[in-house]
Design a binder for this molecule. Structure first.
Ligand code: ADP
Ligand code: ZN
Length: 748
């Protein structure tokens, strides 16, 4: 492909740095053949050597003393022209340097690749023996040593920092022998060395029972027909598949994918990271067998790179992954599915702050594909888009086989001291006696168990971050979930030295304890960030529940999502309103979604479900609507509220985050930024509301002070014009970091 760039003398190259432009380089005679669009090149930049991405020929260059490319790093193109168009769109929309977009889009493990000229060492795609081991180098914890290493060592260090992760072999190809320098750099902690397997077997045999497509019920059939029509016509159509929990959305996805494959096109499936369980991927494998690539965060850089290459080479026709899979090198895409489209985890929260759910629509449009956004609790903005016809609405209003939605009882906890109400405790005993399973969900978005000083009344807080420390009884520690600051607990109060520290809030650990007292013989599983930190522990806990080796599953929001446990007939919700306290305009939406999802876990099998929702305030519309299965009522009320206060979908947002170690510098920079924005806004005569600067809800995080400015506009174009103008005029202060988040999701 792109033969036009062969024999070119000047190339346009993107460099992964925070620079808003691309660069021109000369191609020396010896590299003419290989200097092709889509490959990476090693280029001189200042006094460093960096990896750049060849975008194409520069038709002419105004610059006279251009530097030469040093080397070409790939044998094959890493992206197609169509993908580059997508990357350019992403760079433009998120106002992010193209080189950085490319670096984010390509797998980190690409640096492991054996360089050109070593064809015999090319990785094999199909289950090589994974025996070869090699040293790899990554930047170390030290920033600068007291004694300067030599010039060559500094060059090597620059390359390692640039690559992020690079093999000894690759370093030798650039620098010749460099063992003494590497040793020296590692001694002073400027780099870290690690021995790894070079190529891994991407196919791990899972014996999966094959299954057959189900006979669809009326609503599923209608949804599938509409989607199939768009697949057949190879026409971009965005759908909202709005189906209550257990209504058979996944079955619709599977059959729409079959149709796509039959038409000779490929399928991309995006799911929240937490839903990438063997249970879900197993359903795809059971239906389609091989040819599926799975991209999840549990893969090492190398394993991810192997999956990436399988996709690039056309060996996988279905790609399933979390948000970064939106950049998968899958060609000829006929359908993109975004399951649980309302999940906040589709948004990347640092670096390139993209939203994979939104990008699915962009990539789908470029590929002329059907895009199916599926959810039992769509985003408020999606509901509005469907009402306006921007998304085509497909509804699955009933559960499969006419199974009833669970009966929900709201229990007011006002004045009730215990964590578990009499109603819930009676239901739990009953369910246990019937040998059925129960889930107890603790809503702890917003707070957990913490210690409060009985003398001065202050909670124990983190000295680095403005958050309450979470108390872990088992570990005997209070710790900060943001920076890992830890103190022995209960301990003494840092404010007044008091020694009587009381436990407040309800953690999962405490809840587990209470349940054990209530039902001493029941087998209770706890699932939260503590019990699932080990590799595979999440799956093991779910499997135990699935196999009937547990009676009660206790956990946080991670148990709310996507699991299908047919034997669960009771769901209890503790602290239903906790998530309403989040300082975020989406608090009601999040609470409604979370509660609806948890409620939907009950009665998915043959036996009907029952749910007990405990809340202090049972009158809040988000809680009431979820309990009454009144989604329409919730969306109506929430859209009214959004319209009144001017939030999405009735406004477009961008958030500036200004942070640094010096409080004064941050305050000053935030004021300067707001003033510049205000001036530009009146110069350009555009209507954008500038809110702030204000301290971020999490004012201190990992020792950094944080302020934010929120921009609100009725017109997306106005917002983008203002941001572009700001980018041209801003003068950065090196000690303060300013980041801009387009369509922010989390504003903590
Ligand atoms: P959702 O994705 O909407 O939560 P699923 O697709 O997981 O729903 O369906 C719930 C259960 O019903 C699954 O066990 C699935 O295999 C089954 N199912 C789905 N569609 C049908 C159908 N048409 N006939 C019988 N069973 C079905
Ligand atoms: Zn902290």
């Amino acid at each position: 492909m792109n033969h036009e760039s062969r024999n070119a003398t000047i190339l346009e190259i993107a460099i992964p740095l925070y620079l808003d432009k691309t660069f021109h380089y000369l191609v020396p005679e010896r590299l003419r053949e290989q200097a092709v669009t889509g490959r990476r090149a090693l280029v001189p930049f200042g006094n460093r050597k960096l990896t750049g991405y060849i975008l194409g020929i520069a038709s002419d260059s105004a610059i006279t003393n251009l530097k030469e490319i040093i080397d070409i790093l790939d044998n094959e193109s890493l992206w197609t022209a169509e993908e580059l168009e997508f990357f350019r769109w992403v760079a433009g929309y998120y106002q992010h340097p193209l080189g950085e977009v490319l670096r984010t889009a390509l797998p980190a493990g690409i640096n492991i690749q054996t360089r050109k000229g070593a064809a015999g060492e090319q990785p094999t795609m199909t289950g090589g023996k994974s025996a070869r081991r090699e040293m790899f180098y990554t930047p170390g914890p030290a920033a600068n040593p007291a004694r300067q290493p030599g010039a060559k060592a500094l060059d090597i260090l620059a390359v390692i920092r640039e690559a992020g992760d690079i093999s000894a072999g690759d370093l030798r190809k650039r620098f010749g022998s460099c063992t003494p320098q590497l040793k020296r750099l590692a001694e002073v902690d400027l780099i870290q060395a690690e021995e790894r397997e070079v190529y891994r077997d991407p196919f791990k045999d899972h014996a999966v029972k094959r299954d057959e497509p189900r006979t669809l019920h009326t609503h599923q059939k209608k949804a599938l027909e509409t989607i199939s029509d768009s697949i057949d016509r190879q026409q971009f159509t965005p759908f909202l598949l709005y189906g209550v929990t257990g209504s058979g959305k996944t079955e619709v996805y599977l059959q729409a994918i079959s149709r796509t494959l039959e038409r000779g096109r490929n399928a991309l499936v995006l799911v929240p990271e937490i839903a990438l369980t063997p249970q879900l991927t197993g359903r795809f494998q059971a239906r389609f067998g091989g040819g599926i690539a799975i991209l999840h965060s549990g893969l090492s850089d190398g394993e991810r790179y192997d999956e990436w290459r399988r996709i690039r080479r056309g060996l996988a026709r279905i790609v399933i992954g979390a948000r970064s899979a939106i950049f998968a090198p899958l060609e000829n895409i006929g359908i993109i599915i975004v399951d649980e489209e309302h999940e906040a985890s589709f948004k990347q929260s640092d670096g390139l702050r993209y939203n994979a759910r939104d990008l699915a629509l962009v990539r789908g449009q470029m590929a002329r594909a059907a895009v199916v956004l599926g959810s039992a609790t769509p985003m408020v903005t999606s509901i509005q888009a469907a009402q306006e016809g921007r998304l085509k609405l497909l509804e699955l209003p009933e559960r499969v086989e006419g199974r009833p939605m669970p009966v929900v009882e709201l229990v007011a906890m006002k004045g009730n001291k215990g964590t578990i109400s009499t109603t819930l405790s009676n239901c739990l005993s009953e369910t246990y006696e019937q040998r059925r399973q129960a889930i107890v969900f603790l809503n702890r978005r917003g707070f957990a168990t913490f210690l409060l000083c009985a003398d001065c009344g202050k909670p124990l807080t983190c000295p680095n971050c403005s958050v309450t420390l979470t108390y872990h009884r088992q570990r005997g520690q209070s710790l900060c979930h943001y920076c890992d600051y830890t103190v022995p607990a209960p301990g003494t109060c840092p404010s007044c030295g008091g020694t009587t520290l009381e436990e407040l809030g309800a953690g999962t650990e405490k809840l587990e304890h209470t349940l054990k007292e209530l039902l001493p013989t029941a087998r209770i599983l706890r699932m939260d960030s503590d019990t699932t930190s080990g590799k595979g522990s999440h799956e093991r806990l779910l499997a135990r529940m699935h196999d009937g080796n547990a009676d009660i599953l206790v956990g946080t929001q991670m148990i709310a999502k996507g699991h299908d446990f047919p034997e669960v007939t009771l769901v209890g919700v503790v602290n239903a309103e906790a998530s309403l306290g989040m300082p975020d305009f989406r608090a009601a939406e999040r609470t409604f979604q979370l509660l609806s999802q948890v409620i939907g876990r009950a009665g998915r099998g043959e036996n009907p479900g029952r749910v007990v929702v405990q809340a202090i305030d049972t009158e809040h519309y988000a809680i009431k609507a979820a309990a009454e299965h009144d989604a329409a009522g919730f969306y109506r009320q929430e859209l009214e509220f959004r319209r009144e206060v001017g939030y999405p979908p009735f406004a477009f947002l961008a958030a500036f985050a200004i942070s640094g170690l010096s409080e004064q510098a941050v305050t000053e920079q935030a004021d300067v930024t707001a003033r510049l924005l205000t001036r530009l806004k009146s110069e350009l005569k555009i209507r954008v509301e500038i809110l702030g600067p204000v301290p971020s809800p999490m004012y201190r995080l990992r020792n950094r002070f944080r302020r934010q400015i929120l921009l609100k506009a009725a017109n997306r174009n106005d917002l983008h014009r203002l941001l572009a103008a700001w980018r041209q005029r801003t003068t950065a202060v090196s000690t303060v970091r300013i980041s801009v988040d387009i369509d922010p999701v989390d504003m903590m």
